[in-house]
Design a protein around this ligand. Structure first.
Ligand code: UDP
Length: 325
């Protein structure tokens, strides 16, 4: 019997979630090819892996042709700008990595007879008119609005993944990822978690968009990674929501960040971005039933760890650390 290690390709492997997946697969004694073009990924996220024998980083834009000589068992397509600010800054790369990048990675999985997992998103539900969101809901997306570049790219990615499943018989999985947070998020990615923590650590006002009545449900990354790995190893081929079902208004979330970071920051209100979803909460019945998965980390505990991590990164990055007042 061959003792060849299981081999996985993770696109977006230098990003927030991609890098945590690389860690997880290495811990499971797999061989990891991490592919990233570094437009929003960060080499710092994988620096600790550079001397690992089973880890290889390939700097490449996965929207363009990609070849690999090795045998591959799993392909996980996680490459994409993932914050509203990033995909507004990179609208065309976002569309391309969701469309062309999905086609290329599906082609790789087909060639290698590998199992394929697509990182999809709660954004496929758009500004939802059904609450909480079940996988059977088709969504409410504005295709020509500013978020359309991400939402529609991911909807296309789901469609082409299902086409490869049905037409080519490819072994596919689709995870719909809801708001996730934790160490290795980019401090300036514009999402609410890094924004508020950064502002709080510098005692600047926390910028709540709109009146802060919109809701989100935040999942700590360790829970999310566990859910993804369970989905990968399951035989569930239909999309599955993975996220935390505890729903908070953004205003309440801001107040929590203020309390946990012991800051002098006030809250200020700014205009709400166009098409910002008013409410978002995953229905995780299917993940519970089929993956025996449910999130374990409470928002307060995960946030404390995340705040501590950002404090460390800000001070080692030499950008001033936390200001004394
Ligand atoms: N948000 C906010 N202040 C910020 C950044 C974001 O009030 O500084 C709000 C944003 O309008 C949205 C929610 O926080 O309602 C979550 O935004 P994020 O960019 O994290 O991701 P989204 O869930 O919208 O994809």
């Amino acid at each position: 019997m061959s003792s060849r290690k299981k081999t996985v390709v993770v696109t977006g492997g230098a990003g927030f979630l991609g890098s945590h997946l690389c860690d997880r697969f290495l811990a499971e004694d797999m061989k990891v090819f991490c592919v990233d073009n570094l437009i929003t990924g960060n080499l710092l996220n994988i620096e600790h892996l550079k001397d690992e024998r089973n880890f290889r980083f390939i700097q490449h834009d996965i929207s363009k042709e990609f070849r690999l000589g090795d045998k591959v068992d799993y392909v996980l397509h996680f490459a994409s700008p993932a914050s509203p600010v990033d995909y507004l800054n990179y609208p065309i790369p976002t569309l391309k990595v969701g469309a062309l990048g999905s086609h290329i990675t599906l082609g790789l999985a087909k060639l290698k007879k590998a199992r394929y997992l697509l990182a999809s998103t709660s954004e496929v539900y758009g500004d939802p008119q059904v609450h909480p969101q079940k996988e059977s809901y088709w969504g409410h997306v504005n295709p020509i609005g500013p978020r359309g570049v991400y939402d529609e790219a991911k909807r296309f990615a789901e469609a082409i993944t299902m086409a490869y499943y049905r037409y080519h018989g490819l072994d596919t999985r689709i995870v719909r990822i809801f708001n996730t947070y934790g160490p290795r998020m980019r401090i300036n990615d514009g999402r609410v978690v890094p924004n508020f923590i950064h502002q709080a650590l510098y005692h600047k006002p926390l910028t709540v968009y709109g009146r802060g009545t919109q809701t989100r449900s935040f999942c700590y990354y360790t829970d999310l990674i566990e859910g993804i790995v369970r989905l990968l190893k399951s035989n569930v081929t239909m999309p599955i929501n993975i996220g935390n079902a505890d729903e908070f208004t953004i205003l309440r979330f801001a107040q929590l960040v203020v309390r946990l970071s012991h800051t002098q920051s006030k809250i200020v209100y700014q205009s709400l971005p166009q098409d910002d979803p008013k409410q978002r909460q995953p229905d995780i019945t299917l993940a519970k039933r089929y993956l025996r998965w449910s999130p374990k980390v409470k928002l307060e505990d995960g946030l404390k760890k995340t705040i501590r991590w950002f404090e460390g990164r800000l001070s080692t990055a030499g950008v001033g650390g936390r200001k004394k007042i």
